[in-house]
Design a protein around this ligand. Structure first.
Ligand SMILES: *[C@@H]1O[C@H](CO)[C@@H](O)[C@H](O)[C@H]1NC(C)=O
Ligand SMILES: *[C@@H]1O[C@H](CO)[C@@H](O)[C@H](O)[C@H]1NC(C)=O
Ligand SMILES: *[C@@H]1O[C@H](CO)[C@@H](O)[C@H](O)[C@H]1NC(C)=O
Length: 284
């Protein structure tokens, strides 16, 4: 009696199981379309300055018993599952807003290396996923090793000043003189033109002239403040030239006389006043 009931019960269970399997196979597409989770729309990409917080919103409806996870797309690191953070990154958190059906991935104190795309996944049989990307803005930074230092050339030599800056978006570079005077540039080797500033990584001064001596600024800027600059001193060496106001001075006895001599040179010369080609009167 006892063993008979047992076998009857087992038979029932088996047929139920078969029935259940048949039903799910046959009705798979129908039941999926009723309650399967779906994304409400694309994940908005965000552009965030370094150091701030980036938030990606993943909105899922009809989640049911399924779970939402976040992954870093490039290396497939699992960051979170449901409302639990899996990765050992203290800057990462997730939050779930039940009313808005939103799963937020938050990354605080954003770093350069956080840039990239993130995947919001639902663990359905055929996995559903959406990508959202973070662009990390970085203020400009001048790379000293690839930027000119102070330089001295002979008058008439060509000189190229270089300035390299990193940042995101890529910084623009402009050159100007520190004293606000216009830049003197040469086009096609002979024609000189003057401009307030010039764009580009290189400032080329063809056949440098003494008037071009001075402090130059390379200024790097992008949309992320602050802009930065580097000061580069340009020295242009040229031999002394001497100009005397008057050749001959006539003066009365016992009066003071002043003689002026204008000297132009770089670097600064040693100047002497010599009497009758032998007696040094003043040396400076
Ligand atoms: C987000 O950025 C990625 C990669 O640049 C792009 O493929 C995708 O279309 C963007 N998504 C949206 C919603 O703009
Ligand atoms: C993400 O959701 C929050 C709160 O719902 C909202 O304030 C924010 O603007 C959303 N961000 C994007 C990029 O859609
Ligand atoms: C300076 O540059 C110009 C143009 O590139 C060139 O024609 C000239 O030979 C150069 N002069 C010197 C001294 O290198």
């Amino acid at each position: 009696m006892n063993s008979l009931r047992k076998s009857f019960g087992l038979k029932m269970l088996l047929s139920w199981a078969t029935f259940f399997v048949d039903l799910t196979v046959a009705g798979a597409t129908v039941s999926m379309s009723v309650s399967s989770p779906s994304f409400s729309g694309p994940i908005q990409n965000v552009t965030v300055p370094v150091g701030r917080e980036a938030i990606l919103n993943c909105t899922v409806t009809d989640l049911g018993e399924y779970k939402v996870g976040w992954m870093k797309a490039d290396d497939q690191t699992i960051l979170s599952l449901d409302s639990r953070v899996i990765t050992h990154n203290p800057r990462i958190s997730v939050s779930h807003d039940e009313k808005l059906h939103t799963w937020q991935l938050r990354i605080r104190q954003l770093k350069d290396s956080d840039a990239g795309c993130y995947m919001c996944q639902i663990n359905t049989n055929s996995m559903k996923k959406r990508l959202g990307c973070i662009d990390v803005q970085v203020p400009p930074n001048i790379d000293d090793s690839l930027t000119s230092g102070d330089i001295t050339v002979q008058e008439g030599e060509n000189v190229t000043l270089s300035c390299k800056a990193a940042g995101n978006p890529p910084p623009r570079i402009i050159w100007r003189r520190e004293d606000g005077a216009k830049l003197m540039l040469r086009r096609n080797s002979y024609k000189v033109y003057k401009v307030d500033n010039i764009h580009g990584m290189q400032l080329i001064l063809e056949r440098a002239q003494r008037q071009q001596m001075g402090a130059y600024l390379c200024i790097a800027s992008n949309d992320v403040p602050p802009a930065v600059s580097k000061r580069i001193m340009l020295g242009v060496e040229f031999p002394p030239s001497v100009r005397v106001g008057t050749d001959i001075l006539g003066v009365l006895e016992d009066t003071e006389v002043e003689m002026a001599c204008n000297i132009e040179a770089y670097p600064l010369p040693v100047t002497l006043w010599i009497k009758n080609q032998q007696e040094i009167l003043v040396q400076r």
